[in-house]
Write a protein of this length. Structure first.
Lengths: 127, 311
C-alpha cells in the first residue's frame, strides 16, 4: 500500500495498527504456549445416546478433552443384550484436535433388540 | 474599517477553501487506498485460495508446534520485507516504509483469512484458540505475499501509487552485481513459495516421491533445471535475459534458481510435517518431486511477480 507523501490515511492507520496488534498478540500467544509447553495427552470422552424413534440407532459424541490432537482415531463398539455380546462394529476419525467434538451414528441391522452399546477399545496416535 | 471586514471575509473564504481542499484530498486518498486494498485482496486470494481449499493445510494448523508457527511467520515476514524492498514498492522507499507496508499486508492477510475460513466453516467459535490461531497463521502467510504482489502488479500503469509507473527497464540489469543476486534470490524464493505452497502439503507429493524409480527422479531433476533454463533464457519471457551469451552467467542463474527451488521445497515439506518420521530417501524423493513446481515458480513466477517498471 504505497504512498509518496509519508502520511497515512485513516484506513491505512486502521489496517496498520490492526496488523501491529495481531502480530503482537500472535507472538505473545505462541510464546506463552512454548513457555507453558507441558501438554496433557489427548483424552477422548464418549457419550452414547440411543434414539427413541429407532432403538437400534445410536448417536455417539466423541470429545477430545485432552491437551493434544488425536490422530487416526479407531474406535470399537460392542452391542449387548442381557449382558451378552451380540454384535460389534468400529469407526474411525482422521483427526480429533483439542476441544473438538465429532458425532457418529451407528445403526445395527438384522438385530431384533439390544440393551446397551459400549466402547470396547480406542486407539489413536499423537502427532 | 471596511477593508478590515473584507480582510476577515477573505481569510474565512481562504480557510473554508483550504478545508474543502483537504477534504477533497483525503477523499481522493481514501479512494486510492480502497483500490489498492481491493487489488491486494484479489492478489491474496489468487495465490491462497488453492491452499485454503486444501484439507492437509487445515490439519497443519492444529498439528504444527508453536515454534514452527513462529518460524513460519518470521520467515514469511522476512520474505515480505524482501519482496517489498525489491519489487513491491518504489526504489526510494525507506526501510521504515517497507516495514509499515509489510505489517499492513500481514494484518490484512490475517483478517481476510480469518473471515474466509469462518465463511467456509473451517473456523468456529467452539474450536480451541490453538486450532483457530494455527489455521489462520498457516493459511494467511501465502495470502500476505499475494496481497503484496497483487497491490504491486495488478494495478494500472497510470496509477502512480501502485509503483507501476516509471522507466521501463524490461531487461534484468547486469546480474553480476551483488545486489542483483540478492534481489533475484528474494524474488525467486517468493515465486517458488507461491507456486509450490499450493501442492506441498498434499499427500500426492509423498505418493509420487516414494513410487518413482531412481531414473524417474533423476529425470525430474533434469526437467526442473531445463524448465528454469528455458524460462530464463530461451522463451522470450517478460523480463528475461535475451542477450546474455556468457555460459558462466547462465550456469550461475540456472543453478541459483534450482538451488532455491530445492531449499524452498525442503522448507515447505518440513513445515507441513512431510519430513517427519520418513527415511532420507523418501525425504529426498519428495523434495525432488516438489522442486518441479518450485523451479517453475522460482523462474517464471519470479519474472511474473517482479515489478518490471517501478520507480
Amino acid at each position: 500500500m504505497e504512498r509518496r507523501d509519508g502520511k497515512l490515511s485513516f484506513i491505512e492507520k486502521g489496517i496498520f495498527f490492526s496488523g501491529i496488534v495481531i502480530l503482537i498478540g500472535l507472538f505473545g500467544y505462541l510464546f506463552y504456549q512454548i513457555v507453558n509447553g507441558e501438554k496433557t495427552h489427548a483424552d477422548l470422552k464418549f457419550s452414547i445416546e440411543r434414539q427413541e424413534e429407532s432403538p437400534l440407532t445410536f448417536k455417539v459424541e466423541v470429545t477430545n478433552t485432552g491437551g493434544q490432537t488425536a490422530e487416526e482415531v479407531s474406535m470399537a463398539f460392542v452391542l449387548y443384550e442381557n449382558g451378552k455380546e451380540i454384535a460389534t462394529t468400529s469407526a474411525s476419525v482422521t483427526y480429533m484436535p483439542v476441544r473438538s467434538k465429532t458425532k457418529l451414528w451407528i445403526v445395527f441391522y438384522d438385530i431384533q433388540s439390544a440393551d446397551l452399546l459400549k466402547v470396547s477399545s480406542v486407539s489413536f496416535r499423537e502427532p | 474599517m471596511t477593508s478590515f471586514k473584507n480582510l476577515r471575509i477573505f481569510q474565512s473564504i481562504k480557510k473554508l477553501t483550504g478545508f474543502f481542499w483537504i477534504m477533497e484530498n483525503e477523499k481522493e486518498k481514501t479512494s486510492k487506498n480502497l483500490k489498492e486494498f481491493g487489488r491486494g485482496i484479489i492478489g491474496g486470494l489468487l495465490f491462497s485460495l488453492p491452499i485454503i481449499y486444501t484439507m492437509e493445510v487445515w490439519w497443519t494448523g492444529f498439528l504444527a508446534s508453536p515454534e514452527k508457527l513462529i518460524v513460519y511467520v518470521l520467515m514469511t515476514f522476512a520474505l515480505l520485507l524482501g519482496y517489498n524492498k525489491f519489487a513491491g514498492m518504489r526504489k526510494d522507499a525507506s526501510f521504515l516504509e517497507i516495514c509499515r507496508d509489510s505489517v499492513e499486508e500481514t494484518g490484512l492477510a490475517f483478517i481476510i483469512t480469518f473471515l474466509f475460513l469462518w465463511l467456509v466453516d473451517r473456523i468456529t467459535l467452539e474450536m480451541s484458540l490453538q486450532e483457530i490461531v494455527g489455521k489462520v497463521i498457516v493459511e494467511s502467510m501465502v495470502m500476505a505475499i499475494g496481497i503484496s504482489v497483487g497491490t504491486a502488479q495488478l494495478g494500472q500503469k497510470s496509477d502512480e501509487n501502485s509503483g507501476m509507473v516509471g522507466d521501463n527497464d524490461e531487461e534484468e540489469p547486469d546480474s553480476r552485481n551483488q545486489d542483483q543476486y540478492v534481489q533475484l534470490s528474494v524474488l525467486s524464493v517468493c515465486g517458488a513459495a507461491l507456486v509450490a505452497s499450493s501442492v506441498a502439503p498434499t499427500e500426492e507429493i509423498m505418493v509420487m516421491g516414494i513410487q518413482s524409480s531412481f531414473w524417474q527422479l533423476l529425470l525430474m531433476v533434469v526437467l526442473s533445471v531445463a524448465l528454469s533454463a528455458v524460462t530464463l533464457y530461451f522463451s522470450d519471457f517478460r523480463g528475461t535475459i535475451h542477450n546474455s551469451t556468457e555460459i558462466e552467467i547462465m550456469a550461475v542463474h540456472i543453478s541459483l534458481c534450482y538451488l532455491i527451488s530445492l531449499l524452498v521445497s525442503i522448507a515447505l515439506l518440513w513445515f507441513y510435517g512431510r519430513l517427519d518420521n520418513v527415511s532420507f530417501q523418501a525425504g529426498l524423493a519428495q523434495t525432488i518431486v516438489l522442486s518441479i513446481p518450485a523451479s517453475v515458480g522460482a523462474s517464471a513466477g519470479r519474472l511474473l511477480i517482479a515489478n518490471q517498471s517501478r520507480k
